[in-house]
Design a protein around this ligand. Sequence first.
Ligand SMILES: *Cc1c(COP(=O)(O)O)cnc(C)c1O
Length: 223
Amino acid sequence: MSIATHLSAIRRNLPPTVELVAVSKYHPEADLREAYAQGQRDFGENIAQELHRKAQNLPPDIRWHFIGHLQTNKVRLIAPHVSLIHSVDSIHLLQAINNSALNLGKTQDCLLQIHIAREQTKFGLTPSDCLSLLDGSEWRNLTSVRIRGLMCIATNTSDTEQLTAEFNQMQTLFNTIQTRHFPSTSSFNLRSWGMSDDYPLAIECGSNMVRIGTAIFGPRPRQ
Ligand SMILES: *Cc1c(COP(=O)(O)O)cnc(C)c1O
């Protein structure tokens, strides 16, 4: 089956309130063009150099999402192109993003990545570190970044009870933060959870932004 077929099958099953980020990391630009021709405009990449290259070669109305671990020294490379950074996991990184955005005269939308999975290897803030960061005042002075919501990568498992517990924990954390830190900010409204194997469940548990790669583009050429 083609990329177009996969994409339209997924779109048909998504509620209209859920945004689809097509995760195109490692896939050639021709694959992105094929999805673009079907009207897809949101694409996710996890390597700064790759996002930079693809953004230069592909149509300018694409909204690029950075979904990988971001080092502060790579922020400048993606800053001109990126629409939403999903993977903020420290105040230090948020400050670097703010500096780049300030230089470019833009406001950079970001999500805080939460470490919710059982695996030790996943990046992200623990829920309590996230609350401490937001309880602090530093982020409030970073006026060129806008925190739009939360992101997580759930445990890589087929155990739906485990996955449900993790997504529900995310929704609870989101609600807590919305009430406590963004009571009058309607732009804190993005819940980025759900990938190829778990997105239907993620949506049942409150996701409104899914990041789907394999189910659209097939297996990645290399990792
Ligand atoms: C690769 C990746 C995805 C997409 O994973 P699939 O299983 O291919 O859908 C989603 N989110 C992040 C953060 C990723 O790195």
